[in-house]
Ligand binder design. Structure first.
Ligand SMILES: [Zn+2]
Length: 119
C-alpha cells in the first residue's frame, strides 16, 4: 500500500489534484501501477501542461546538520538557500557565514526546516 501523499509525489502532482480526482487516501501497489500504466485523461493533461522549465511540484529538503530529508512543495517566495536545518537544531551548529556575508533565516520551510541564506 502507498499513501495518497506518496502517490502524488511519485506521479509528480500536487496532493490537491490527487484529492480532486478521487485518489483514495491509500492505494494498493496494483492500483498505483494501473494509474501509471494507464494514466487517466486528467493525469495526461497535467503532464502535458508542465513545461520543462516549470517550477518542480516537489523538492527534497535535506538538513545540513543531521541529514534528515523530507519532500515539500516549493513556495514561490523561497530564495536559494545556502543551508537548511531542522527547526529543532541550534542554528549555530551550521558553519559560520563566510567573511563579509550577511546571514538571513527563514522559518517554516516545508513545515519543519529553517532556511539560511548567506549573501
Ligand atoms: Zn536536522
Amino acid at each position: 500500500m502507498i499513501s495518497r501523499r506518496d502517490a502524488a509525489l511519485r506521479l509528480d502532482i500536487p496532493i490537491e489534484m490527487a484529492v480532486r480526482h478521487g485518489l483514495p487516501t491509500r492505494l494498493s501497489d496494483s492500483e498505483f501501477a494501473e494509474l501509471e500504466q494507464n494514466p487517466p485523461a486528467w493525469l495526461l493533461q497535467s503532464r502535458a501542461n508542465r513545461s520543462a522549465k516549470a517550477r518542480p511540484v516537489w523538492v527534497t529538503l535535506t538538513c545540513d546538520i543531521c541529514g534528515f530529508t523530507d519532500s515539500a512543495r516549493p513556495k514561490k517566495w523561497w530564495p536559494e538557500f545556502t543551508y537548511l536545518s531542522c527547526d529543532n537544531h541550534d542554528i549555530w551548529d551550521l558553519p559560520e557565514p563566510g567573511e563579509g556575508l550577511h546571514r538571513e533565516e527563514f522559518d517554516d520551510i516545508g513545515g519543519r526546516f529553517i532556511g539560511v541564506v548567506d549573501s
